[in-house]
Design a protein around this ligand. Structure first.
Ligand SMILES: Cc1cc2nc3c(=O)[nH]c(=O)nc-3n(C[C@H](O)[C@H](O)[C@H](O)COP(=O)(O)OP(=O)(O)OC[C@H]3O[C@@H](n4cnc5c(N)ncnc54)[C@H](O)[C@@H]3O)c2cc1C
Length: 458
């Protein structure tokens, strides 16, 4: 058996707030993974700091890094293994990105059901965080048929919601702390075209937006609202709502209808030149948000656009995170159950009052939750806000948001988190003890560790 590539590397999350150095392994075969876990398994002392899996490093905080320990990268495990057209499933290695999956699947008439707001996310990272998207009827692991998980105590095992539900649902959203996923089979949605039929509506304030999002009469499959966080007073929560379905051949203009599944990645544009690195302030963000709002049609508008244009608009803006400057940024994402809409409103009010230069925030809603013990989605509203890490008093502002979310029985999203206090986190995730029990069976010596797991006492 060959040996994996090894290097020392400073790793960080997408928000660039807390870099740390790890020994990075790049196995090119699943058979190399158990030996890496074993070599780094803690001996009870401080010498060995365990291992953690890493995909494409798109979690914002410290979930996929492990100071002084090992990181198992899935970069060389990125093959698409088998498409079963009759069953509508695809078997892949964990390092396959959503972008690569779309390029492979869409021309063949399939779609991965749940995709996040960027295509640069791996399948392993999708399972580790049980990611969600604009689809509100389930999250990523609802469409994972089965997976191979390499665990420290029990070795490689095949997991699925049917055969070993406890392990499967501890792994879904378990932030890599139950094992390393080395292969997964995903259930797919059949599509007739590579285009989305999108309805765009301007909403004058947050109430208008939520009312429109609750209106199911359009029969849309996907929805998202882009909220201008700096608008205040009567305009608080003014937003652009986009709802979409996969376009049918009949929705396409004649020249596209000839090859309805043709798929090309979207155009790429640079971050706006008037937005200098690190000089973000409430004025520049206000101008950007204004521009975004004004570019949307005044009246409800229907159009067809490509899959990346609808799902991954930020991927088309090259280097957009650099506009937050060298100190990076924090993404704060929470969910609160229906009936607690006031929490969304209060958070927008406070953010606007603090002149916190947050770009367009993203509001989505979920209809369901799954059995994931640490999964984030629950029926309710989820708001994601990007804020520069150096905003004065940010910690205090976000701690107060945590309290509001907690009082409403909501939670913050671990894939975006870099700062929640361990006691607040524990109170937000009611199945944490059950998750700990399953993890203790799979990994009694804490061979799997990350900066996030130590920060939160997982
Ligand atoms: C621009 C942008 C938009 C985003 N939009 C969304 C969104 O709409 N919805 C959403 O849910 N998320 C969103 N995210 C967050 C992102 O989808 C998650 O953080 C996802 O987990 C990142 O995948 P990754 O491959 O980069 O994994 P990493 O960040 O490398 O790892 C994430 C977690 O998964 C674990 N993991 C990775 N690989 C494996 C493996 N093989 N086995 C076991 N565990 C593993 C890691 O240990 C870690 O805990 C967005 C991120 C960005 C940057």
């Amino acid at each position: 058996m060959s040996t994996p590539l090894v290097r020392h590397e400073t790793l960080q999350g997408w928000g660039r707030t807390s870099p740390s150095e790890s020994t990075v392994y790049e196995p090119d075969s699943e058979f190399q993974v158990p030996a890496i876990l074993e070599a780094w398994e803690s001996d009870g002392g401080a010498q060995r700091r365990g291992s953690i899996a890493r995909g494409l490093g798109r979690s914002y905080g410290d979930a996929a890094q492990n100071a002084g320990g090992a990181v198992v990268s899935s970069a060389a495990l990125s093959r698409i293994l088998e498409l079963d057209r009759a069953a509508a499933t695809v078997r892949v290695e964990p390092g396959v990105s959503i972008e690569a999956l779309l390029k492979f699947l869409v021309p063949r008439g399939f779609f991965p059901t749940v995709i996040p707001g960027t295509g640069i996310v791996s399948v392993g990272g999708g399972i580790g965080a049980d990611i969600h998207g604009k689809f509100r009827h389930g999250s990523f692991c609802d469409f994972v048929d089965s997976a191979t998980l390499v665990t420290p105590a029990l070795g490689p095992m095949r997991i699925s919601a049917e055969t070993n539900a406890d392990v499967f649902w501890a792994t879904a959203g378990g932030m890599g702390l139950t094992g390393v996923v080395t292969e997964a089979t995903l259930r797919l949605h059949r599509i007739a075209t590579s285009q989305m039929r999108v309805d765009t509506t301007r909403c004058r304030d947050i109430d208008d937006c939520m009312t429109a999002m609750m209106d199911d009469s359009r029969g849309e499959r996907y929805s998202v609202a882009w909220i201008d966080c700096l608008a205040n007073g009567a305009n608080l929560g003014r937003s652009i709502l986009e709802t979409a379905v996969h376009a049918t051949v009949g929705d396409l203009p004649a020249e596209r209808a000839r090859d309805p599944l043709a798929y090309g990645a979207g155009l790429s544009v640079s971050a706006p030149p008037w937005m200098p690195n690190g000089l973000l302030n409430s004025w520049t963000v206000k101008a950007f948000n204004e521009l975004w709002f004004r570019k949307s049609p005044k009246r409800p508008h229907r159009t067809t656009v490509s899959i990346p244009t609808f799902f991954h608009p930020l991927d088309m803006v090259k280097g957009w995170p650099s506009i937050y400057g060298r100190h990076g940024f924090v993404q704060y994402q929470f969910v609160v159950p229906y009936g607690h809409e006031h929490v969304v409103r209060i958070i927008l009010e406070r953010l606007s009052a603090a002149k916190c230069a947050s770009f367009l925030a993203v509001l989505k809603r979920f209809e369901t939750s799954n059995a994931g013990l640490l999964s984030f989605p629950m029926p309710g509203w989820t708001l994601a806000l990007d804020v520069p890490a150096m905003h004065p008093g940010l910690n205090k502002i976000l701690d107060a948001f945590d309290d509001l979310v907690l009082e409403a029985d909501g939670r913050v999203y671990l894939a975006k988190d870099a700062r929640v206090a361990p006691q607040r986190f524990a109170a937000m995730y009611p199945h944490l003890e059950r998750w700990r029990e399953v993890r203790a069976r799979l990994d009694p010596n804490c061979a799997l560790q990350s900066d996030l797991s130590r920060r939160l006492g997982l």
